[in-house]
Design a binder for this molecule. Structure first.
Ligand code: NAD
Ligand code: UDP
Ligand code: UDP
Length: 338
């Protein structure tokens, strides 16, 4: 309490998120939780390039220092090793809340989505910052509506193996709206659909990273189930553009941010073959429980209200990810000193 009072005294009169966003302004202070991760690190690159001061808060659960190391030494960049499940005192204008154990092998039994989101909302409330939640298409569960619109409430198993993630994000959305209605926190909600690109975790079990790593290592690509389930894959720079437009815009959302280009897992395997190795083999494995059969965003709302739509189709984005994976898997010694 002593600390809190001191911080409050130090920040009295601070206008936080109330900086008029349309006007040319300098140096917003922005915290990106999960900023050492895949999506977060690309977002940090854009914010730093725009001239803002960025504080990354990350416990390196799945994130890596290497993703943000190129900013070390920049006075506009700070990195804090911290678990958002613990309270955190900072003075900032905007909070991009991405911290989350984001993959099936990591997300079981983890309170980050609920407790971490609560803490970051508490922070937003205290300093008057604008808060953006990166929710997920998983809130639609195994959807009975196709494509998914934001008004659809979803079809989620509350007690299944994926529930910790799905329901955790649904709870995070609820908390976000409650802080908006109850404490007038300025909030934004993005529902992100499957995203891929450079810096993706190599071994966290997601389908694009699995197939690419497997094809590069000359291992068979593991297709779960019959491979006829669908997903829609978005390139990371398109997502980052959408997140920034959402944060800067006037609409709370939720907004679907995804690429409507829909592929079966067998079609994805074919694109990976075309891109990496036409002889790459496919191996079928039993599917995981509660796997959604199809998923494709309806992005009319983001198009209309954010003026946003993805620009990079899978066949164009995949090679960009492949060259990054090649370097990370095989090492790139081309710039090594003799
Ligand atoms: P990621 O695993 O690369 O990034 C998550 C980051 O959060 C990591 O750096 C991790 O170390 C950090 N983190 C996890 N728990 C933390 C904690 N308790 N305290 C502090 N840091 C913590 O995953 P990503 O793909 O970059 O995902 C970013 C966000 O986007 C997540 O909220 C995720 O749910 C959401 N999302 C991503 C996708 C996708 O396809 N990539 C799809 C839907 C939603
Ligand atoms: N919190 C935080 N940083 C802050 C302000 C709050 O981490 O700058 C945490 C706080 O510890 C609490 C949560 O956010 O666990 C919710 O805070 P809020 O003030 O809304 O609730 P209260 O503390 O009144 O229960
Ligand atoms: N999948 C697959 N092979 C893999 C990994 C995943 O066929 O090596 C399938 C998985 O069963 C699911 C789809 O690919 O149907 C997408 O899985 P991912 O975990 O990437 O994303 P999510 O299920 O969260 O959309």
């Amino acid at each position: 309490h002593h600390h809190r009072a001191a911080f409050e005294a130090a920040t009295r009169g601070f206008v936080g998120g109330k900086v008029p966003l349309g006007i040319k302004r300098k140096g917003l202070r922005i915290v990106v939780t999960g900023g050492a991760g895949f999506v977060g690190s690309h977002l940090v690159d854009r914010l730093i390039a725009r001239g803002d001061s960025v504080i990354v808060v990350d416990n390196f659960f799945t994130g890596r220092k290497e993703n943000v190391m190129h900013h070390f030494g920049n006075p506009n960049f700070e990195l804090i090793r911290h678990d958002v499940v613990e309270p955190l005192l900072l003075e900032v204008d905007q909070i991009y809340h991405l911290a989350c154990p984001a993959s099936p092998v990591h997300y079981k039994f983890n309170p980050t989505n609920v407790v971490g989101t609560l803490n970051m909302l508490g922070l937003a409330k205290r300093v008057g910052a604008r808060f953006l939640l990166t929710s997920t298409s998983e809130v639609y569960g195994d959807p009975l509506q196709h494509p998914q619109v934001e008004t659809y409430w979803g079809n989620v198993n509350p007690i299944g193996v994926r529930s910790c993630y799905d329901e955790g994000k649904r709870t995070a959305e609820t908390l976000t709206m409650d802080y908006h209605r109850g404490a007038q926190v300025e909030v934004r909600i993005a529902r992100i659909f499957n995203t891929y690109g450079p810096r993706m975790c190599i071994d966290d079990g997601r389908v694009v990273s699995n197939f690419v790593a497997q094809a590069l290592r000359k291992e068979p690509m593991t297709v779960y189930g019959d491979g006829k389930q669908t997903r829609s894959f978005q390139y990371v720079s398109d997502l980052v553009e959408g997140l920034m437009r959402l944060m800067e815009g006037e609409h709370i959302g939720p907004f679907n941010l995804g690429n409507p280009g829909e592929f079966t897992m067998l079609e994805l395997a074919k694109v990976v073959q075309e891109t990496i190795d036409p002889n790459a083999k496919i191996e079928f494995r039993p599917n995981t429980e509660d796997d959604p059969h199809k998923r494709k965003p309806d992005i009319s709302r983001a198009k209309e209200l954010l003026g946003w739509e993805p620009k990079i189709p899978l066949r164009q984005g995949l090679p960009l990810m492949v060259s990054d994976f090649r370097k990370r898997i095989f090492g790139d010694h081309s710039d090594a000193k003799p």
